[in-house]
Design a protein around this ligand. Structure first.
Ligand code: NAP
Length: 258
């Protein structure tokens, strides 16, 4: 069977790497996108290959139109088609600042990388998917957006992050609707608290919240692999009659408890 192909943005480290490895296990050919950390991207490629997949590494800042163009072009050059786009790359504010004091620079940075980049990359990739022949299940492609529990959880010291993630959730619904007649399903994967570089600065705080206070009904940190397995379910077409769907991968954080 011909290998399917995916672009995973921000796949050098953390959640994106976990997703790329799981796609490797599913036999995918993966474009491992990274921003600046080539060594981490090379390690990720090795792990994807060990898992049974293939891949290429492409440096691109998703907030740059020129870089997004290059990312898609390099993928098509190498693989000829794109079966899956995973908009995973994302950043937290450099400094957590109170809502009454946070600045425009951080807002613009987060908006560019976490929302504008995924929007225009999706537009470009969906345009390409529309030109592809459907696969054996009738799919022209699938798109996954990695959001966060910050879509609905207020953190007043990183409001910019919460707002752009909420925007990304809306973006999922919009593309799901627009592409629903075209053999392209779109999903939102909503991680909880996952152990990566992004959360390494707040380990102590979350250790207490998770392990002592039980903020997540399942009392453990999430792992990149947890998100990877959810993406793999989409990649292997286990959710063919769902689109615009939110998949919570958060240890039950979203439950209201009494
Ligand atoms: P991470 O460990 O900090 O890794 C970030 C990844 O994104 C790296 O591969 C990085 O590449 C890449 N990246 C950063 N800026 C980029 C840009 N402008 N263009 C392309 N790639 C870029 O983060 P993570 O924790 O894995 O988070 C991944 C996604 O999950 C993000 O969207 C984040 O908001 C979301 N999320 C994370 C958590 C959590 O608890 N960790 C929870 C909910 C949602 P380099 O290696 O080259 O820097």
């Amino acid at each position: 069977m011909k290998r399917k192909t995916a672009i995973v943005t921000g796949a050098s480290r953390g959640i994106g790497r976990g997703i790329a490895i799981e796609l490797g296990r599913a036999g995918y050919r993966v474009t491992i996108n990274y921003a600046g950390n080539l060594k981490a991207a090379e390690e990720a490629l090795e792990l994807v290959t060990e898992a049974g997949g293939e891949g290429i590494i492409v440096q691109a800042d998703v907030s740059s139109a020129e870089d997004r163009e290059g990312l898609v072009a390099r993928t098509l050059e190498a693989f000829g088609r794109i079966d899956l786009l995973v908009n995973n790359a994302g950043v937290a504010p450099n400094v957590r600042a109170d809502l009454l004091e946070c600045g425009e620079e951080s807002f613009d940075r987060l908006f560019g990388i976490n929302l504008k980049g995924p929007f225009f990359l999706t537009q470009k990739v969906a345009g390409r998917m529309l030109k592809q022949d459907p696969d054996e299940s009738g799919f022209r492609g699938r798109i996954v957006n990695v959001t966060s529990i910050s879509v609905y959880t207020s953190s007043i010291n990183r409001g910019d992050y919460c707002m752009v993630k909420a925007g990304l959730a809306m973006m999922t619904k919009l593309f799901a609707d627009r592409l629903s007649q075209d053999g392209i399903n779109v999903y939102e994967i909503r991680p909880g608290i996952i152990a990566t570089d992004m959360t390494s600065g707040v380990t102590e705080k979350y250790d207490k919240l998770i392990l002592e206070d039980g903020i997540t009904p399942i009392r453990r940190w999430g792992k990149p692999e947890d998100i990877g397995r959810a993406v793999r379910a989409v990649a292997e077409d286990y959710l063919p009659f769902s689109t615009g769907e939110v998949i919570n991968v958060d240890g039950g954080f979203h439950l209201h408890r009494l």
